[in-house]
Design a protein around this ligand. Structure first.
Ligand SMILES: *Cc1c(COP(=O)(O)O)cnc(C)c1O
Length: 223
């Protein structure tokens, strides 16, 4: 199936209130342009360097999201244009984003990344760490970032009950933070969960943003 056909199928299947981020990591500018021409305007990358080199080659009305582990020394590459960083996992990183956003005269939207999977390797905060971050005085003073929700990656598994439970836990954390830290703040409304293999479950559990790579672009080959 072509990239264009994949996008049309997804658009029929995914309810209109759920945003689709096309995850284009490892994919070429030509493949990204094929998706763009099918109407996809929001793309995500997981490496700052890769995004930095693709960005100037692609149309300026693309909204770029960053979904991978972000090192503080790479923030400056993407700060001039990134629309949403899904992967804030420390106060230090948030401070760096705030600093670089200020240099660029911008406010950058961010999600806190939660660790929900049973695998060790996935980055992210637990609920206590997220509260510590939000309680930090320095967090409340940052004027060039806006925390608009949370993100999580489920276990890579074929057990739908396991995945559903992880998404349900993430939604529970979202609701708790909304109530305790963001009550009345309409901007805190995004729950980024669901990838090619599990987006249907994620949407049933309250996702507002799905991050889809393989189901749009096909399998990735890492060189
Ligand atoms: C690669 C990636 C995705 C997309 O994965 P697919 O299974 O190809 O849809 C989503 N989120 C993150 C954080 C990723 O790194």
């Amino acid at each position: 199936m072509s990239i264009q056909e994949n996008i049309l199928i997804l658009r029929k299947e995914i309810p209109p209130h759920v945003k689709v981020v096309a995850i284009s990591k490892t994919k070429s500018v030509l493949e990204i342009m094929e998706a763009y021409e099918a109407g996809q305007k929001v793309f995500g990358e997981n490496k700052a360097q890769e995004l930095h080199s693709k960005y100037p080659l692609l149309p300026p009305d693309i909204q770029w999201h960053f979904v991978g582990h972000l090192q503080t020394n790479k923030v400056r590459f993407i700060a001039p244009y990134v629309a949403l960083i899904h992967s804030i996992d420390s106060l230090k990183l948030l401070q760096e984003v705030d600093k670089e956003a200020q240099k660029n005269n911008r406010v950058i939207d961010c999600l806190l990344q939660f660790h929900i999977a049973s695998e060790e390797s996935k980055f992210g905060l637990d609920l206590e760490e997220a509260k510590l971050l939000l309680n930090a005085g320095s967090c409340q003073k940052m004027n060039h970032i806006r925390i608009i929700g949370i993100m999580g990656i489920a276990t890579f598994s074929c057990n739908p009950d396991l995945i559903r439970n992880e998404f349900r836990t993430l939604k529970g954390s979202f609701d708790l933070l909304k109530n305790d830290y963001f009550r009345g703040k309409d901007e805190f409304c995004e729950l980024s969960m669901g990838m090619s293999g599990d987006y249907q479950i994620a949407i049933e559990e309250g996702s507002t943003i799905v991050r889809i790579g393989t189901a749009i672009f096909g399998e990735r080959t890492y060189l």
